[in-house]
Design a protein around this ligand. Sequence first.
Ligand SMILES: [Fe+2]
Ligand SMILES: [Fe+2]
Length: 459
Amino acid sequence: MLATQPQVQQTKHLKLISKTYQNNTDSDYTEKIRDLGNEYDYKINSNYYWGDPELSVLYGTPLYNVASNSQKLALNHLFWVANYNYIAASEANTSIYNSVTNGVFRNLGTYETLCQELDFETDQESYHIRTFQKIGFKTKMAIVGKTTLGNSVYTKSDKDNNNWFKSLIPDFVQEFFISSKGNSRFSIYRDNTLNAIAKTMLRDKQQYYSQYLRDLEEKGQPIPAPADGVGGLIAPRYWLKFFTTHWGMSPFMACQYYSLRYMANAVLKNQEYPYVKYFRELERKGEYIPAPTAVSYYHLMDEAFHTTISQTIGKDMYKDFPKPTAYEKFVSGQIIYMMQRNLLNGLSGVFPNRCVADDPLFMVFIYKLLKSSLFEMETKEALDWMEKCFCQEHEGFHVGLKYHQSLLESLQKFFGCLDYQWKINREMGIMASGGSISKALQNNVKTFKQFSESIIAST
Ligand SMILES: [Fe+2]
Ligand SMILES: [Fe+2]
C-alpha cells in the first residue's frame, strides 16, 4: 500500500466518501429521473417555459427580439434539448473513465467503498442519459420534425477538401495515412507508440494497471476515445487514448482525472443551477412544473454526490500517494491546458450559458434551425440574420459573460489549490482571457465569413 500521508487525513476523506455513498444510495432522485423520462409527453409541457427566458437559443439576439411567442417557447425548449444532448454525450464519456480509474483504485485495496460509489455513479449515468435522450427526441420531433440539426454541411465540404488534397499525394502514401475504415496504418502506429511511451514512463506502476484496460487488451480492442461531449472537445482521440493509459495505470494520475471530471461537474452546475432556481420558484408559487425542469432539478441533486466525489479525489485523495513525478506533472499540466484551450476558450453569442466559442458546428445548428419549419427562412435571409446574431454585439453576449464569470470563479477556486499544476492552469489563464465580448465578436466574424462562403458555394 502506498499510503505516505498521516492516517488522520486519509480517514477524513474516506469518511466523506462513505457518507456520500450512503446518502447517494439512500436517495431516490435517479428513480424520479427515470420515471419522468418514461412518462414524458411534449404536449403537456409545450405551453410552459422550462427555465428563465434567458435559457433560450438565440436569447438576446436581434432575431429573438422579433420572434413570435410560440417561437420563443420553442427556443427555450430547444435550448434544454441542446444542453442535455451535450450532457448525455459527456456522461457517456464519464462512464468510461469511471471504469478505467476504478480499476486502479480496486488494485489499491483500501478504497472499496469508493469503487462501489463509482460503479453506482456509472449506473446512475445510464438512467440520466436515457431520460435526456427520450425527452430530447420527442421534443425535437415535435418542434422541427425530422430535420437534422447536425453537421452534414461540414461533412460535405471536408470530403471535398480531402479529394482535392488526395489528388496531390501518391497512392502508397495515401494508403499509409488514410483509411476508409477509420484506422490507417499511420494512426495504429501513432496510437501504439504513444501507448508504449506512457507504459514505459509509468513502468514502476504496472501493478495498478486497470482491469478495464487489461480486459480490452485481452480482447484485442482499442482504448475507447469519445468523439463528442466534453471529452471529444478537449483533445483529439489519440491524445485521449494516451491520457487514458495514464489514468488507468498510475494512482496519482487516476486521481488527477477527477480534477478534469470536476471541471465537467462545474460546467454542468453552471448550466443546470438556473433550472433548479426556476423549479423552486414554481414550487413556491404552487405552479405547474414542466417535466424537463423537474429532470434538471433531480439531476443536479444526483450530480451533487458526483461533484463531492470528484472534489474529494481531485483535491485531497491524491495526497495519499507519492508526489507526482516530473513526467506525471507534465502530462497533468498538458491535460488541463488542452481543456482550457479547446473547451473553455470563449463565449457563445447564441447559447448564453455555454462557455465555448461559437464554431462552425454551432453555425450549422443555427442555420438548419432557421431553415426548419420553425422559422422557414430562405438561404439568404438565414445568413443575414446569422450575421446579425453572431457578429454584432447584443444582450446575448452579456448574458454569456455572466455565466462565463461564475464558471471561471469556481474553476479558479478548485484548480488554485492544486500545487502540482502549471501556473496558467491554477489561474485558468486561457479561460480568463477568453471572457471577452470583443474577442468573441472577432472570432465570430472570421468563422462566419468561412461558414457563409461554404454555404453559398454548396447552393
Ligand atoms: Fe448525470
Ligand atoms: Fe455524474
